[in-house]
Design a protein around this ligand. Structure first.
Ligand code: TMP
Ligand code: ASP
Length: 269
């Protein structure tokens, strides 16, 4: 898969122009990275909801999510949460470590919203007595069914030890990000994390992967309860781009002029 073109500069040039695509998801594309064990994660403006039944484009989303995810992953690694993030490459791309994705979506909830509100007939906005961790099996064909620890270990998607690590990392991420967002006037209602296995020498460890962005979090303004996340797209609330930009602005990471490459490839930095 990771071929080398050393000694063939013409091939190398060609490859730089059209890199090998490893995987295309709904909102991101993964390309072969510049060195073995790395990937380039490209953020698209495409948005989907309800397992692809609703499709759209949020102009500039890829640029903003690239920045927000870079920022949050970097802050998390500073407090000792291992992540796949290496560095941002340009407006829409970041270099990440290649990991083996564990096929489980880990959702942490602080306030009732979304599918929990529907499933248990509770009002959105009800604070939970304590944070709740849920697991979903990553399968578009099955519509990401909810599962328990029992299923995860029984089917070998993760070992009990790995699941312990995942659960404690998810709760640490929740504590840290709740505080970080609180500091900029935003309530972290819930969010989804993905984890992967990273091999270093002969050691394997679990690291945070994928992205953390308004696509994968529910973020409510503390004063007005206004939604500042993908629910604006899911529920046709309007001002989707503006909401994503406002999250970035509050985190202090939006370039003054806003996301400049609304279309097309961007100038570096
Ligand atoms: P839910 O209430 O729809 O179960 O979503 C819980 C959280 O997980 C919410 O912050 C949105 C996020 N999420 C994803 O990132 N991807 C998904 O496919 C789904 C269903 C939710
Ligand atoms: N992104 C998921 C999908 O396309 C679900 C969601 O976030 O609502 O189905």
């Amino acid at each position: 898969m990771l071929g080398t073109d050393a000694g063939h500069p013409h091939h190398w040039k060609k490859k730089m122009a059209r890199r090998r695509q490893i995987y295309e998801g709904k909102a991101k594309i993964l390309y072969e990275g510049p060195e073995p064990g790395t990937l380039v994660q490209y953020f698209k403006d495409d948005a989907t909801a309800f397992n692809n039944k609703k499709k759209g484009v949020i102009a500039g989303k890829g640029v903003i999510n690239n920045r927000i995810s870079e920022y949050l992953m970097t802050r998390l690694s500073e407090i000792g949460v291992p992540t796949h993030f290496v560095r941002r490459l340009n407006m829409r791309e970041q270099l990440v470590r290649e990991v083996e994705i564990i096929p489980v979506e880990v959702v942490v909830r602080n306030i009732v919203a979304g599918s929990l509100a529907v499933r248990l007939g509770m009002n959105e906005g009800t604070p939970l007595p304590r944070s709740i961790v849920e697991y979903y099996y990553k399968s578009d064909a099955l519509n990401d069914p909810m599962i328990t620890e029992e299923h995860i270990t029984a089917f070998g998607w993760a070992t009990p030890q790995e699941l312990d690590d995942i659960m404690s990392m998810a709760l640490r991420v929740n504590d840290f990000l709740s505080g970080l967002f609180l500091g900029v006037g935003i309530r972290l209602v819930d969010f989804k994390l993905e984890f992967g296995r990273l091999w270093e020498d002969d050691q394997m460890r679990i690291v945070l992967a994928d992205e953390i962005s308004p696509d994968s979090c529910r973020l409510w303004d503390m004063k007005t309860n206004e939604k500042m996340d993908k629910d604006r797209f899911r529920r046709d609330l309007g001002n989707v781009e503006e909401a994503y930009q406002e999250v970035a602005r509050r985190l202090g990471i939006l370039p003054e002029s806003g996301p400049r490459d609304i279309k097309g490839p961007a100038v570096m930095q």
